[in-house]
Design a protein around this ligand. Structure first.
Ligand code: NDP
Ligand code: BG6
Length: 502
């Protein structure tokens, strides 16, 4: 990534600024960038939401948010004041056309006051049902292009979920395309901003020794796990509409799959990278209804214990129906039908209230073709396993068999381990820092493109439909909170394969 320049300086307008995302992620990320001197300056933020608030109240609220959530804490009042002066608040309903005249005026005033120039970055962090009217209103108010007589840029970041199935994602893409050109649109997936996720590509393409092994000749299968111990954390109403497939697999986990499976792009630029990811999505074999039970498993957490603490069942969470059929766990077995990956299954799983918070990609290599230690038939050599640990305990390990010291010939799997903390020290930047900065610089490499998003929905819509069609609450497998999910997920692993124990 190149260094920030004056051309990246902008005013960021956050729609939904009184909400959780702005408080927990966006403003703390801006603050950390400001502290690290990577935020293009001068800058300004206008928070927009319906809740009445003055600039001062908004600033006080954001100061609390930073104290609670930012990676870097305010060192002195003076530094904080310098940051806080760039924060403004504009009360109004983003769904209402009346908001936008006043907002345009406000923007001009702030741009003049802060000297930020004509560049504008809009951030949609409202409930997703508001994205279509919001985009439309921006267009009607002429806010989709720089102010008259200026040659700055206008971009828009759209939060997930981008649609809730194929038809709604298509409709949203069309709505967005009628107002903005694709180069202006940044569909965010915060997993792509994580250091460990970006490192998948560096690992693959900055190291010559792995690429020759990265294919069907050497890889037996790939497992991607995103395990969470948290439940729905007060987001019951949202989660009831989403479920694990929409919340995690459609975006974060399919992105991880694409990074593992994609071909090297010609250059590490937005379109070449995203072209290759889209090719992977298009190569994933569609899931046909007769195959559904063999390749897709869902579950919902019941009561149980997580880290020694008793937790309630999903159906007892606030905002959740007592008859809910929403899945809090989903696992899939996918095949990527292309030259590199034909016959190599990709197993994906994610769930809330699992036994451990751990996200990883495990690449299981094929067993040795022939075991030479015949005189010791009890000797089994485990196949090599490469694990990319996304979080926590960020790092990577490669396991291989070693001779256990002693007179007898015995083999024990051992690990070569790389640990981010030990190797690099310090705390890596938050995903939102990197992604906000990229949007300011006009680099969409780590953002999802419209066609990719549609492909992802196209793949998952048959599963969503099949699951929605079985709406008897008694039929959804319940797993005990604090375990690794429904036992049916083990049956996805054919040919003696098993989920990697985390
Ligand atoms: P919240 O419910 O906390 O905040 C939503 C914001 O939108 C508030 O500012 C609220 O303010 C405003 N809003 C709510 N309802 C309406 C409405 N009917 N009309 C106009 N404005 C409304 O949500 P989050 O901040 O958690 O999420 C925002 C978006 O970001 C969602 O799309 C979510 O999926 C996505 N996201 C959130 C993550 C998170 O960690 N929170 C992570 C990844 C994505 P007011 O009532 O004052 O108008
Ligand atoms: C969000 C999901 O996109 O990602 C949440 O909506 C989930 O349900 C979160 O908890 C996980 O993000 P992270 O960065 O904590 O792994």
């Amino acid at each position: 990534m190149s260094k920030a320049t004056a051309e990246d300086s902008c005013t960021l307008v956050i729609f939904g600024a009184s909400g959780d995302l702005a408080r927990r992620k966006l403003v703390p990320a801006l603050w950390s960038m400001f502290q690290g001197r990577v935020l293009p300056e001068p800058f300004a933020v206008i928070g927009v939401a319906r809740s009445p608030m003055t600039d001062e109240q908004f600033r006080a609220r954001m100061r609390e948010a930073i104290t609670e959530f930012a990676r870097v804490q305010p060192p002195t009042q003076k530094v904080w004041d310098r940051f806080a002066q760039a924060l403004y608040y504009h009360a109004g309903d983003p769904a209402s056309p009346e908001l936008y005249g006043g907002l345009s005026e406000h923007l001009r005033r702030v741009e003049h006051e802060r000297g930020t120039g004509p560049n504008r970055l809009f951030y949609c962090a409202t409930p997703p049902s508001l994205y279509p009217p919001l985009v439309r209103r921006l267009g009607e108010a002429g806010l989709n292009r720089p102010p008259e007589g200026n040659d700055g840029w206008v971009r828009i970041i759209i939060e997930k979920p981008f649609g809730r199935d194929l038809s709604s994602a298509r409709a949203l893409n069309q709505e967005v395309a009628s107002v903005f050109s694709e180069e202006q649109v940044y569909r965010i997936d915060h997993y792509l901003g994580k250091e460990t996720v970006q490192n998948i590509l560096v690992f693959r393409w900055a190291n010559g020794i792995f690429e020759p092994l990265w294919n069907r000749n050497h890889v037996d299968h790939v497992q991607i796990t995103v395990g969470e111990t948290i439940g729905v954390e007060g987001r019951g109403a949202y989660y009831e509409e989403a479920g694990a497939l929409r919340d995690m697999i459609q975006n974060h986990i399919l992105q991880l799959l694409c990074l593992v499976a994609m071909e090297p792009p010609v250059t590490f630029d937005s379109d070449p990278v995203r072209d290759e990811k889209t090719k992977v999505m298009r190569a994933i074999r569609p899931i046909s209804p007769p195959e559904m039970d063999r390749v897709a498993v869902r579950g919902q957490y019941g009561a149980g214990f997580v880290a020694g603490r008793r937790v309630v069942a999903y159906r007892e969470e606030k905002g959740v129906s007592p008859d809910s059929i929403t899945e809090t766990y989903a696992a899939l077995r996918l095949e990527v039908d292309n030259w590199r990956w034909a016959g190599v299954p990709f197993f994906l799983r994610t769930g809330k209230r699992l036994a451990k918070r751990a996200s990883e990609i495990a690449v299981q290599f094929r067993s040795t073709p022939h075991l030479v230690f015949r005189r010791n038939p009890e000797i089994l050599a485990e196949p090599n396993l490469l694990v990319l640990r996304i979080q926590p305990d960020e790092g990577m390990s490669l396991s291989f068999g070693a001779k256990l010291p002693g007179q007898e010939l015995r083999i024990k799997p051992v690990e070569m381990d790389f640990d981010y903390g030990r190797a690099f020290g310090g705390e890596p930047p938050e995903a939102y820092e990197r992604l906000l900065l990229d949007a300011m610089k006009g680099d969409a490499t780590l953002y999802a493109r419209g066609d990719w998003v549609e492909n992802a929905w196209e793949l998952l819509t048959p599963v969503l439909d099949a699951w929605a069609s079985i709406d008897d609450p008694g039929k959804i497998p319940i797993y005990e909170a604090g375990t690794w999910g429904p036992s049916a997920a083990d049956a996805l692993m054919d040919k003696g394969r098993h989920w990697h124990r985390l």
